[in-house]
Design a protein around this ligand. Structure first.
Ligand code: NAP
Ligand code: MN
Length: 265
């Protein structure tokens, strides 16, 4: 199996990467940064997002696995104390994988050109200073004129991230859908938005049409060039991201561990 290690540059991560690389080579695995079949991310959930974007081309043929150097994360099944267990699982690998939906974002420019982006967590349309005014379309229907800081459109696995901070629901990743949540919308006698998150199924398109020229676009941890962008279309991608599932971590258990357990124990 061809393996790439993708990591952040924290001291702890570098030490784990060195340990992991030695163990993998000793067991006959091939290290291949260019065209890996398996990408092991060492760091946090944010590092896994970086790995996803780095290896997004050819994603259909790859699997990801995350080793967290801190606590257990949402994309990270292994802890830094479990290098030996991870290598043992790789030796017994039978190609097990679990697949999650990803978000497809297409920007349409004034000249009609279209640029495609993919997100694992979410994309946002924001205006950090002043009010974002944007028309939101669900399919062809004009749904609302949004005023506020912005909107986030999240995948199911991204629903525990930014989306959650916006009051969005947590979506099980077996559900092929996107969730739009509002970031500080203005609601009063004059301006009105739905005010609650909404979930659209695969096959439907959400279009956000900003009414100003200066707004911010993000795709996971990255800022996207929004100059000359007229509107932005969002839908569930036909492509999925695959994670190696050597051991099954129940999604709700993970949610409970991340958000509840530490506080109630
Ligand atoms: P970061 O500032 O380290 O991320 C913020 C936190 O989100 C970190 O604790 C990160 O975990 C965690 N996280 C990332 N993906 C998650 C997921 N799918 N479910 C639950 N928690 C998740 O920046 P980053 O590591 O580059 O991550 C970028 C992400 O930060 C964005 O995609 C967005 O979802 C999130 N974000 C959240 C807010 C907010 O909640 N108000 C604002 C901006 C961005 P790790 O520490 O393991 O990396
Ligand atoms: Mn992070």
């Amino acid at each position: 199996m061809r393996i790439a290690l993708y990591h952040n540059h924290q001291k702890r991560s570098l030490a784990i990467v060195a340990e992991l690389r030695t163990a993998l080579l000793n067991h006959g695995f091939v290290m291949d940064d260019q065209n890996p079949e398996l990408v092991i991310s060492v760091g946090g959930d944010g590092t896994l997002l970086g790995a996803f974007h780095h290896y997004i081309d050819g994603c259909d043929q790859r699997r990801f696995v995350g080793l967290h150097t801190g606590h257990l994360g949402f994309y990270t099944d292994w802890l830094s104390s479990e290098v030996d267990e991870l290598v043992a699982s790789l030796l017994a690998d039978q190609g097990q994988r679990v697949s999650y939906p990803i978000l497809e974002m297409t920007t349409v420019s004034r000249d009609g050109s279209r640029t495609l982006y993919k997100a694992l967590n979410e994309a946002t349309v924001k205006k950090p200073i002043g009010t974002l005014v944007a028309d939101v379309y669900l399919g062809k229907q004009h749904f609302e004129r949004f005023r506020g800081d912005g909107v986030a459109i999240a995948t199911p696995t991204g629903s525990t991230a930014y989306n959650k901070a916006n009051g969005g629901a947590i979506l099980h990743p077996s559900i092929q859908a996107l969730q739009m949540s509002e970031i500080a919308s203005i609601n009063n006698r004059v301006f009105r938005t739905l005010g609650s998150p909404l979930i659209v199924p695969k096959g439907q398109v959400i279009t956000v049409w900003p009414q100003q020229e200066d707004f911010l676009l993000t795709c996971d941890q990255m800022e996207i060039e929004a100059k000359d962008v007229l509107r932005i279309e969002f839908k569930v991608s036909e492509q999925q991201v695959h994670f190696a599932s050597f051991r099954h971590l129940d999604f709700w258990h993970r949610v409970q561990q991340a958000f509840i357990a530490d506080f109630s124990d």
